[in-house]
Design a protein around this ligand. Structure first.
Ligand code: FRU
Length: 491
């Protein structure tokens, strides 16, 4: 792959060439290598002919492309989305002499039906052998897909969540060995339905700021089409899981991203001792992914950056899934500008000489004393000094509102390509208000208050952006703002 094109993200993963959609099979191995597989069409730059592409990384920002990991056996087969686990204790029996065996659990799509199949890898996830007695689950349905498997210590069973897409049901199955599966329950018709449920994830995460829970489970369900902003988006439900049933904490549908390029996110499954709270999503939308202008650079679609998650009690709305940028400093090449006491002022940086044209930035307001008189705003603009194109956004401290505008890039337009997004955060009285983000050639991600709200948007400027302005206005005298901009490494 050539990662030098002007629209090619540098610290967000994109396929070497061809078309990519959902992240699949994500796991961390015992050496700390993250494995990312993905829905991959290696032969055309539109969706179809699904394989599992593969890439590895140690920091989740620098990626190494690997050979395709799982291939369809014929022209009418698709290796659809799914997950992978390290079978440390050889529950499957595939790995008599090793602790690093990997089992992939995926949907085999054919014109006749969708079944859940498995394949195993004795070389740590680089090559796979399909299990001889596939499928492991067959519900005689054409709309039954996207198995995500986790280990549940409480019952010492593998647990699978899998979608009956057009029945708006998430099936929960259990297994001692990844081969024999028992249907335990369904979680049906919760939250937003759209027209299909896809790509469920079940994960246990810590809860901050709650006296009631140390951890809770989160059930993530992607819906497509029919997301509230059009096309595809993910929703999630905090709740409890007892080994057979998931119960949502309340009836609310919570949306994971306030823009519209974040779908089918998956959590890394970890071997014991490693973190399993990091996710990566597909930074695209089924409404327009097949016509994005990056085909002229030989690829379509990119992944979101890695995000670290926990649940947090927020004022008024209660439990929310925080998505913080995971270890962004690992991607930093050098500091471009930093002002610890900017107060009300503006920082300008010309980053035309930065090879990656990718930046991490943040603005931290501190010393807010009185919520009744909170004031001020932080605004940012990334622009092209040649064409005047830009992406911009900001937040008002007084109302908590945050916005993003991607509607001023000229390389491409499409009727479904919504320009402006917004959300409302809430000041929790702790004296601080933060906004940060990553801009990476043709993708921008914005995080309010360390990820209480997140926006992920792709955008397509005719010329590379090279100029950033971050300005802080209207703060009370007691308040202070520190603002910094860092160059990220080139791919
Ligand atoms: C979601 C999805 C999955 C399916 C895969 C096919 O984006 O439609 O439900 O497994 O893509 O590529």
């Amino acid at each position: 792959g050539n990662y030098g094109g002007p629209l090619r993200p540098q610290v967000h993963f994109s396929p070497p060439q061809g078309f990519m959609n959902d992240p699949n099979g994500m796991f961390v191995d015992a050496d700390g290598v993250y494995h990312l597989y993905y829905q991959y069409n290696p032969t055309a730059i539109v969706a179809g002919n699904q394989h599992w592409g593969h890439a590895t990384s140690r920091d989740l920002y620098t990626w190494e492309n690997q050979a395709i990991a799982i291939f369809p056996s014929g022209p009418t087969e698709g290796i659809f989305s799914g997950s992978a686990v390290v079978d440390v204790n050889n529950t499957s029996g595939f790995f008599p002499n090793q602790t690093n065996g990997v089992v992939a659990i995926y949907t085999l799509n054919t014109p006749e039906r969708e079944t859940q199949d498995i394949a195993y890898s004795i070389d740590g996830g680089y090559t796979f052998t399909k299990y001889a007695n596939n499928p492991v689950i067959d519900s005689n349905s054409t709309q039954f897909r996207d198995p995500k498997v986790l280990w549940y210590p409480g019952t010492e069973r593998w647990i699978m969540v899998v979608s009956y897409a057009q029945e708006f049901a998430i099936g929960i199955f259990s297994s001692p060995n990844l081969i024999d599966w028992t249907h335990e329950s369904n979680f049906t018709r919760h939250g937003l339905l759209g027209l299909q449920y896809e790509c469920p994830n079940l994960v246990e995460v810590p809860v901050a700021g709650s006296s009631d829970y140390d951890t809770l489970f989160v059930l993530l369900i992607s819906i497509n089409p029919g997301g509230p902003l059009g096309g595809s988006i993910s929703q999630y439900f905090p709740g409890t899981f007892n080994g057979t049933h998931f119960s949502a904490i309340d009836g609310a549908a919570r949306i994971a991203n306030f823009a519209k390029d974040d779908y089918a996110a998956q959590f890394f499954s970890g071997i014991p001792g490693s973190s399993n709270h990091i996710s990566i999503g597909w930074a695209s939308n089924w409404q327009y992914t097949n016509v994005l202008p990056t085909d002229r650079e030989g690829f379509r679609s990119v992944m979101t950056g890695p995000r670290e998650h926990y649940l947090k009690e927020l004022p008024k709305v209660g439990l929310s899934l925080v998505s913080a940028p995971y270890n962004a400093t690992a991607a930093v090449d050098q500091e471009l500008a930093y002002n610890a006491t900017l107060g009300n002022g503006t920082l300008f940086v010309d980053y035309g000489a930065v090879e990656s044209r990718a930046l991490y930035w943040e603005a931290n307001v501190t010393g807010l004393t009185d919520s009744s008189s909170l004031q001020g705003s932080v605004n940012f603009t990334f622009s092209s000094s040649t064409t005047g194109e830009y992406v911009s956004g900001g937040t008002w401290v007084s109302t908590g509102d945050v916005w993003l505008d991607r509607g001023h890039s000229t390389a491409w337009s499409n009727p479904f390509f919504t320009d402006k997004f917004s959300a409302t955060g809430l000041y929790d009285g702790n004296g601080t208000w933060r906004i940060s983000g990553i801009v990476d050639r043709s993708i921008i991600e914005v995080y309010l208050n360390g990820g209480e709200h997140v926006a992920t948007s792709v955008f397509f400027p005719a010329e590379p952006l090279d100029w950033v302005t971050i300005s802080v206005k209207g703060l009370n005298e007691s308040a202070q703002a520190s603002v910094g901009v860092w160059a990220l490494q080139a791919a």
